[in-house]
Design a protein around this ligand. Sequence first.
Ligand code: XUL
Ligand code: CO
Length: 436
Amino acid sequence: MEFFPTIPVIKYEGKDSKNMLAFRHYNPDEVILGKPMREHLKFALSYWHTMCAEGSDMFGRGTMNKDFGGQTPMEIYKNKAYAAFELMNKLSIDYFCFHDRDIAPEGKTLEESNKNLDEIAELLEKLMKENNKKLLWGTANCFNHPRYMNGAGTSPEADAFAYAAAQIKKAMEVTVKLGGNGYVYWGGREGYETLLNTDMGKELDNLGFLLKLTSQYARSIGFKGDFYIEPKPKEPTKHQYDFDAATVIGFLQKYDLMDDFKLNIEANHATLAGHTFQHELAVARVNGAFGSIDANQGDLQLGWDTDQFPTNVYETTMCMLEVIKAGGFTNGGLNFDAKTRRASNTPEDIAYSYIAGMDAFALGLRLAAMVLEDGRIEEFVKQRYASYESGIGKKISDKTVTIEELEAHAKGLGEFETVPSGRQEYLENILNSIMF
Ligand code: XUL
Ligand code: CO
């Protein structure tokens, strides 16, 4: 059965094509900087937005139906699986990502939920083999159910902690069964609404322990991929403990998790934290924690996570420059944690959205490669730090200099009044001259 009869197989037609059901920039097997585009970009479909979310918001119910013709809960979720693979095939997407509760309905008890998960995991395994698709990462939804209203790993209620640990254990088992390349921990409700009722120290210690316990369990059952924390500063809680990349790195160091964990950076979460997407990627990279990306964009006029499909080519170019500088993806990839707008409510809108996002990143990759091949910006940055290559600067870099030597050097500088220009506008103009 075909679930998306109005969506054809999307082909690359080149940048001059006027067919909006075609790629203008994404040409999966084209080689850029020595590697096919599909390997640079590693696009993934997000199961929760694409197969589950029906467009409801705080003021209105859903505008789309994602039952895919199913009559019973299990039939609905089986059809979601068939529909997901049809979509991935039509869009040339090689990977997908899910929360446990996206792929199978939650039962009344943990045993019932696990049984549902097992049944669907069998089906997904079969479909993955038949269609040559891979799991970028799995995760557990420990934020939707009322039992998690005060958090999961950071809940003041020990029973909620235990339930979350058990749920994550099962999600790990399913991820391992499906050969997942990664496992994501996004904070969900791990944060607080008011400090009046919160023991922050205890909550952070418990969260650190939950991550240790569950990640060690995953290793014990043969998980070889990466664990990721996905920073986000707020929403749903007022303050999320995984505020931004730098906060998370401090947390990972405190709880001795740096060896096993990397970051999954989401564009919209970066801007909510008051940073650029590029900043968060750079923080991850310079700390050796660059892992994976949730590709989307926010609306800078709105203060919440709008999860829009990314179309801003400056952002995708800066992102791909960071990815290339980090050495490219290993286990990670570009997961479209993005949804069509509530009013874009037809199946074709799903295709238009993915095509827009994939083309924006493909173009970003092409432009990032051009920036690197041009070389002027890189060379400028290299020259800007050249004073550390010799003399006193070299000694600073090597950390062999004494404070007395630095003092003597400073005295020898006499009236030291100016340093070279940072040339920001010159560089911005070079960037535009390459991009356009
Ligand atoms: C929420 C969010 C999540 C994570 C996975 O803002 O980004 O969907 O990506 O739990
Ligand atoms: Co995300």
